[in-house]
Design a protein around this ligand. Structure first.
Ligand SMILES: Nc1ncnc2c1ncn2[C@@H]1O[C@H](COP(=O)(O)OP(=O)(O)OP(=O)(O)O)[C@@H](O)[C@H]1O
Length: 248
């Protein structure tokens, strides 16, 4: 379980997050949605320790990530998997080397165990035969799968995905969403996904948080998304529908 309490962040004279509260449960794929520039990525970065918020708490199963000692912070970091926007694979490494990278960096496991674990994760994302290929030789959807395999290789308790559907066609997007959701359920991971994607919101949003100009304006499920009674959310949904229509 992740809890965030009163997270606030200002850059210069611009308040980007105005005190956000929320909680994310194991086994749930929770979504953070909102228009461009509303603070979604900054919130995610505050949660994973890439940006220090001006105030607030981020609790990982009760452990305050921002104030705990360095050792505990390291432990929590090791329990996180992150799928960055654009997959962020190393171009000069093979698919298998990319997936085993966190094991090389953070564990002392024997070579054979690392390879076995990386293979296991590749199998889980349906890429058991792609280990020897280079990132430049595979499709965007496959790259996302490799990114997911790498994010789960250390068996994370917490998984963060920043726009996992960016650059993918609708069908591939749905498959990636399903994979994230299945893995979350299977390993009871606490998963937080930033997305613009309307299909994701309707299909995998067990819990959805809507940000607007640095404020949380609404929280609910995919079933209640379209009758929230919140004007800003309705406008966001309508704009998304319009974009989807134009893409067809
Ligand atoms: N390091 C930074 N320094 C200054 N301003 C920043 C920094 N990071 C983000 N911002 C600003 O904070 C605001 C929120 O940015 P953020 O990236 O969180 O938006 P977002 O909701 O994720 O948008 P998008 O969907 O377009 O990625 C933006 O105005 C952005 O310019």
């Amino acid at each position: 379980m992740i809890e965030i309490k009163n997270i606030a962040k200002t850059f210069g004279d611009r308040q980007v997050l105005a005190g956000i509260d929320g909680s994310f449960k194991p086994g749930d794929t929770s979504l953070i949605i909102g228009g461009s520039g509303t603070g979604k990525s900054v919130l995610l970065k505050c949660m994973i320790g890439l940006i220090k918020p001006d105030s607030g708490e981020v609790l990982y199963d009760g452990r305050d990530f921002l104030t705990t000692d360095l050792n505990e912070q390291k432990t929590i970091r090791r329990e996180m998997g992150v799928l960055f926007q654009g997959s962020a694979l190393f171009d000069s490494k093979t698919v298998l080397e990319n997936v085993r990278f966190p094991l090389d960096m953070l564990t002392e496991q024997p070579e054979s165990e690392k390879i076995e674990r990386a293979q296991e994760c590749l199998r889980r994302v349906g890429l058991e035969n792609a280990g020897d290929r280079m990132p430049s030789e595979i499709s965007g959807g496959m790259k996302k799968r490799v990114g997911i395999a790498r994010a789960i290789v250390l068996n994370p308790k917490y998984l963060f995905c920043d726009e996992p559907n960016s650059g993918l066609d609708p069908l591939t997007s749905i498959k990636i969403d399903q994979l994230i959701s299945e893995i979350t359920d299977e390993y009871q991971i606490t998963t937080v996904v930033i997305t613009h994607d309307m299909n994701s919101m309707l299909e995998i949003g067990e819990k959805i948080m809507f940000l607007y100009e640095g404020n949380k304006l609404w929280e609910g499920t995919s079933a209640t998304l379209t009758h929230s009674g919140v004007n800003e959310l309705n406008e966001f949904i309508n704009a998304n529908k319009l974009i989807r229509e134009m893409e067809k």
